[in-house]
Design a protein around this ligand. Structure first.
Ligand SMILES: [Zn+2]
Length: 361
């Protein structure tokens, strides 16, 4: 609530004692708009009631502390959840249109290099997982954690830097084009790390290592365009379908023909069997979970420097996804739009219903 108030008050006015819904309404047209909110939570905290709450707060992305896909490892590390909780949370959230990020932790006690590598293979081979984003935090020993005592007894051995780099280089090659690695490495100050990797520029080292081996990571982050703007006739729409949590995901992108640079992306979820829905309005609806165009900063009051052609990429992907939804038998489209983006969808014929932007196709 305070996030919305802070943004709204940038114009100098005060909005004390206003309800959350009123503050959100004001934010729809404010100078500083909130186009998405991310929260971090545990997989076992997610249920229908929680999802309703998150939507009322305006949350659009959820980061799940999945950590491992191995129940024995999870139990050993007292995570309080098993993979079933991760699978269920992923499904409930995707059916409600949320974008999902997993926090994964290689090198946990009970795991090893081979198991960790397998875990990342399973992440994208098994439709039950398929996170949209990944944060990879290799386990390290800090004095405050219970792991410190285990390490003191000699019962835990962190990977060497070389082992860790080799593992991450292998992991990078398993990432599909529809996932974005947001971060590798936790920002714990290195003087706090008693054992484990202290390399702070791990990502850079891995990118160099991949180059040396003439291999590539094709994740979103490694391909998103920065500055290199091509005219639109050089770009092409690509469509990639994959299965996820009892539904079909369509990943639509604008890329250059060689697929080296990603300009715009859209995640469309087509799921007809979703009995456990947080919102009845989503019944039989196709859901746009993400629309993102790179190489531009969206300012409502300042002029955008990119060409108007470039700016319309997102709109074209939306049109294309509406066509796909129709052809797959969906008569309704829902968007999990951030509060500040609602007006954008209104211009495209969408109307606000139960926190979602809805359009009959
Ligand atoms: Zn990558």
């Amino acid at each position: 609530k305070e996030c919305f108030r802070a943004c709204n008050e940038y114009n100098g006015k005060k909005y004390k004692n206003k309800k959350l819904s009123a503050l959100q309404k004001i934010n729809e047209k404010a100078r500083h708009r909130i186009i998405g909110i991310t929260i971090e939570t545990r997989p076992d905290y997610i249920n229908i009631i929680e999802i309703k709450k998150l939507r009322n707060f305006g949350v659009t992305r959820v980061e799940l502390g999945a950590q491992s896909l191995n129940n024995i490892v999870l139990k050993k590390n007292l995570r309080g959840h098993g993979i079933n909780e991760t699978i269920l949370a992923t499904k409930l959230l995707k059916n409600a249109g949320f974008k999902i990020c997993y926090h994964m932790m290689p090198n946990l006690p009970g795991s090893n290099l081979e198991k960790d590598e397998k875990m990342f293979t399973e992440l994208f081979n098994n439709p039950d997982f398929q996170p949209d984003f990944l944060k990879i935090y290799p386990c390290v020993v800090v004095k405050e954690a219970p792991l410190y005592k285990i390490w003191l007894k000699g019962k835990y051995h962190p990977y060497s830097d070389r082992q860790l780099i080799n593992l991450l280089v292998k992991i990078k090659q398993k990432i599909p084009i529809w996932c974005r690695i947001i971060r590798i490495y936790r920002d714990i100050p290195s003087n706090k790390i008693i054992a484990g990797s202290k390399i702070s520029n791990l990502r850079q080292i891995i990118v160099q290592e991949l180059k040396k081996q003439e291999k590539k990571c094709v994740c979103i982050r490694c391909r998103e365009v920065r500055g290199k703007l091509l005219s639109k006739d050089k770009l092409k729409i690509f469509r990639q379908d994959y299965l996820a949590s009892n539904g079909k995901e369509v990943f639509l992108t604008f890329e250059d023909k060689a697929r080296s640079y990603l300009y715009s992306l859209l995640r469309l979820r087509l799921s007809k069997e979703n009995p456990e829905l947080a919102f009845p309005i989503l019944k039989n609806a196709a859901i746009m979970r993400e629309i993102h165009t790179y190489g531009e900063t969206i300012g409502f009051n300042q002029k955008i420097k990119t060409s108007p052609q470039h700016r319309s990429l997102g709109k074209e992907l939306i049109k294309a996804s509406e066509k796909i939804a129709l052809s797959e038998g969906f008569k309704k489209m829902a968007v999990i739009a951030g509060v500040g983006s609602r007006n954008y969808y209104r211009m495209l014929g969408y109307r606000l219903k139960n926190t979602y932007m809805i359009k009959n196709l």
